[in-house]
Design a protein around this ligand. Structure first.
Ligand code: ATP
Ligand code: LTN
Length: 335
């Protein structure tokens, strides 16, 4: 880690498999950020526990997420790609920050409200304090910037509020993080209901393209994508949300502009267009999938990367945690 570069922190929950939305909206845009920042990317497995998990599947999903990060191009030699639960400082700091966070603040979080409505039978305290753990993730590494989607902006705001509150009492302990608005990633919509975002917890399998779907499945899902009764491939998110979403996807994977796409498909039917989008997506994902399969088989390599990066993350996290413990007056351990 160099001194001049700013620090960037992000991660995803290790719940379910990733969708094309997670990839085009987040993961793909994280690759190469290491040129400008010292980057930390966590497999956020502790956050996943707010929803009941099947232990075997959960462990596999976490490993899958790690391998997908690496297969997508987050080089674990230059990025710190690690498991959140392997660095105990996250939960230690989260507890301390819990004591600097108000019930009223947490009550206002829209994700808490949405998720409690969705899991009415399991509104646990972890779901409520989810944003505090997220604040600990970010603040432990003194992150300057955090690439997050719109849905996580409120959590970043509360992170800043908690950090400022703490700094006001104890001095400049935490760096105040900012949202990173880089190359804006496309917001990918559901293929079944194109006014809703594509989401990995969607129960309709036809609504989402999963990163590990094979070519036939991808093309089949695109062929079934909901569009409209018109025949023109034209960008209009209000009147033609389905076609506009497919255009966004094609643009994100090929780099072609929306105008060029419209010109290319002028006079052609939706059928040809949908197949072209399916093929472009399958071609984009093929190398990632091949690399993912290769990595999963190379257990020694993956485990070596995890171990090395867990240690690296713990080194930086513990530095902050020690400072915080000292400031609040906890007694230092005798070594
Ligand atoms: P869930 O269905 O479990 O809520 P999700 O698929 O909505 O999950 P998150 O875990 O909330 O995904 O998000 C992981 C990252 O992927 C975030 O940075 C988020 O902004 C991004 N992301 C998720 N869905 C999309 C999408 N449809 N388009 C673009 N980016 C997305
Ligand atoms: N809540 C985020 C995942 C997440 C995160 C973080 C993102 C947990 N801790 C710290 C950025 C920084 C999500 O659901 N996308």
């Amino acid at each position: 880690m160099s001194d001049e570069k700013k620090i960037l922190y992000s991660g995803m929950q290790a719940t379910n498999s990733l969708t094309l939305g997670n990839y085009l909206g987040a993961l793909k845009n994280w690759v190469n950020l290491n040129e400008e920042f010292d980057c930390f990317f966590g497999v956020m497995d502790l956050h996943s526990l707010t929803v009941r998990q099947n232990p075997t599947e959960f462990r596999q999903n976490a490993r899958k997420l790690y391998a997908l990060y690496v297969a997508a191009g987050l080089d674990p030699e230059v990025n710190c790609v690690y498991y959140q639960s392997h660095v105990p400082a996250h939960t230690q700091l989260a507890w301390i920050l819990d004591c600097f966070t108000y019930m009223g603040e947490l009550n206002r979080m829209t994700q808490f409200k949405d998720k409690s409505a969705k899991h009415a039978d399991n509104i646990n305290a972890g779901l409520f304090t989810y944003p505090v753990l997220m604040a600990a993730d970010i603040l432990l590494y003194q992150a300057n910037v955090v690439p997050v989607g719109k849905d996580q902006m409120q959590h970043l705001e509360i992170t800043r509020d908690i950090a400022e509150r703490f700094n006001n009492i104890y001095g400049d302990i935490f760096t105040i993080p900012e949202a990173y608005i880089g190359k804006s990633g496309a917001r990918i919509m559901s293929l079944a209901e194109p006014t809703k975002k594509m989401s990995k917890s969607d129960e309709n399998a036809n609504a989402t393209i999963m990163l590990l779907d094979d070519k036939d499945t991808i093309i089949r899902k695109f062929k079934r994508a909901v569009t409209d009764s018109d025949t023109e491939v034209r960008y209009d998110t209000e009147a033609k949300p389905g076609i506009s979403n497919l255009m966004d996807i094609l643009s994100a994977v090929t780099g072609k502009s929306l105008d060029d796409i419209q010109a290319e498909f002028a006079g052609k039917g939706y059928g040809d267009f949908k197949i072209a989008v399916g093929e472009a997506v399958a071609d984009e994902l093929a190398p990632l999938q091949a690399e993912y399969e290769r990595l999963l088989k190379d257990k020694a390599y993956i485990e070596g990367c995890i171990k090395q990066n867990d240690e690296k993350a713990a080194y930086f996290a513990n530095k902050t945690l020690r400072k915080v413990m000292k400031k609040v007056g906890l007694t230092e351990m005798i070594r």
